[in-house]
Design a protein around this ligand. Sequence first.
Ligand SMILES: Cc1cc2nc3c(=O)[nH]c(=O)nc-3n(C[C@H](O)[C@H](O)[C@H](O)COP(=O)(O)O)c2cc1C
Length: 219
Amino acid sequence: MTATTFVPKTVRVGIVSGSARVVRVGPQVAAFVRSIIEEDLKESPVEGFELEFETIDVGALNLPLYDEPGIPSHISPPEGYEHEHTRAWSRQIAALDAFVFVTSQHNWGVPAGLKNAIDYLFKEWQGKPFVVVSYGGHGGGNAAKALQLILGGGIKMRGVENTVALSFPSRDILGKATRGEDLGLPPPGSEPTWQDRKGDIAALWRQLVGLITTPVENK
Ligand SMILES: Cc1cc2nc3c(=O)[nH]c(=O)nc-3n(C[C@H](O)[C@H](O)[C@H](O)COP(=O)(O)O)c2cc1C
């Protein structure tokens, strides 16, 4: 008799840092969010699943302003794309199963670089679960709402109703953020920022886990 070994399902989660500014704190915020998720996973592993994480810094992709001649929803990826930068981006996103979008807010909206990166693709995102964490002077909640509509409505990803909005605790921190300086996120410094929001981020993560582990009905 041969013994059957249980193989957990591997789920690859992309943590997308949406800022594309030349100086940016997005990657710091994304690292903070990822560290909370990894901490939560140690406490509460997802049975039957092996989770892997990849952080994507949209600013480092250096994607030009959308320059494909076609409409991504009509294209078979990645061969259908004209440009190699689109094919590379397509392969990167196609290989991921779920997403945590970490976004700042530009004039109450989604930063243009993130919108541009999203718009390049369609089928690579479609149907995959996501959650949104925003940050800004007042938490960036308008960008989060707009992003929920783009991803959940336009692209038909699977989201949850709520988001987590992280407000810079002072004008001093907002200034530091805008200059792309160290915000005192982990490893914990003397004045760590947003330590009181870890529970909210972990709770949002568990909602994403709920989507990841819920089979989708084929319509
Ligand atoms: C063009 C621009 C528009 C901005 N608009 C907003 C805004 O609407 N609300 C807000 O809270 N912060 C706003 N900010 C401040 C950003 O929250 C802050 O600069 C933050 O550091 C941006 O994130 P990043 O460093 O990851 O790019 C804006 C910043 C820029 C550069």
